[in-house]
Design a protein around this ligand. Sequence first.
Ligand SMILES: C[S@@+](CC[C@H](N)C(=O)[O-])C[C@H]1O[C@@H](n2cnc3c(N)ncnc32)[C@H](O)[C@@H]1O
Ligand SMILES: [Zn+2]
Length: 323
Amino acid sequence: MQSKTEEARSLLRCPTCRASLDWSPGAAACTSCSARYPIESGVVRFIDETDDFYEGAYDRQIHFSESSATGVTGKLKSWAFFNLAQSGVIGEVRRVLPDGGRIVDLGCAGGITWFGERGTAIGVELSVASLKLAAQIYAATLQAYVTELPICDESVDVVYSSYLWEHLTPETKSNLLAETARILRPGGSTVIQCDTLGDNLISRYARHDPEKYEKGFIDNDGHIGLEPGSKLLDRLRDAGFTIKRVMKLNTTVFQYPSTYGWLDLSYGDEVKWVRTLGNAAQWMLNSKAGLPIELAVTAFDRAINPISKLDAATRVVVTAVRS
Ligand SMILES: C[S@@+](CC[C@H](N)C(=O)[O-])C[C@H]1O[C@@H](n2cnc3c(N)ncnc32)[C@H](O)[C@@H]1O
Ligand SMILES: [Zn+2]
């Protein structure tokens, strides 16, 4: 039987000429042009440089094993993982990724264990250090641009990205959606979780001084492409996708702790209540309190989803289908 690695490798193509690749332990070689892509600790390097901003910057790895979630506590944990953790985005993936299906995780950082267990997962990233972590759980890990995917046409069930969209310029976003549509099989889905330019009490306050807003909310994380949620839906429709589900998150003052961390970076030096909230947020992020608070905020957001406004959201999760 073909292993998941063999299956993933059979889908990979030379990004220069789209021909198939010949595999040896140290490199993948194009069968048509002379390109040779080195393999380093399981990472196939389609780019021969490292990115100054992103190399080693994000290394989050999400662990959860559905098979070991047994008994009442296990079932409860499982429910929370799919419905509340990560804004419920992995539950959205579970709806559209068949057992044994193929998923591409764009901007994957350290990866998500459940994707590797559910099916054949391919991670795409700029950071080699992050990809080396993802290589422990994914069938293939590629150092490649999300705008030039070395993956063949109509070959995968789901294209997933979490907190990548807001890091991309408008031109890159269009290229990414074109590449997503190209590699998805007809009827395949894309699931996108991202930060958005929300219009709510907190973000209006955050934006009252554009220079300070930029310091905490844009420059700190490279959020060069923050846009309202409705703009993401427009872009998806323009690229030929049908919107299936939208989750609006952080539409009120109840936001994830990271928002209050960014607010602190912007205004904490001069506004005392902002610093106090920032310190509380930092404490939550560093302690066990962070997770239950994030889950509670998500539960609240989900409860008010029928009445909350898309462009009030500071975060969204969108599922869209390629026709
Ligand atoms: C904010 S991190 C999110 C990481 C992870 N998905 C998560 O939810 O924790 C964004 C990731 O996207 C990657 N990235 C940004 N631009 C990219 C591009 N053009 N091509 C490939 N990866 C990119 C970065 O290296 C970074 O690890
Ligand atoms: Zn080639």
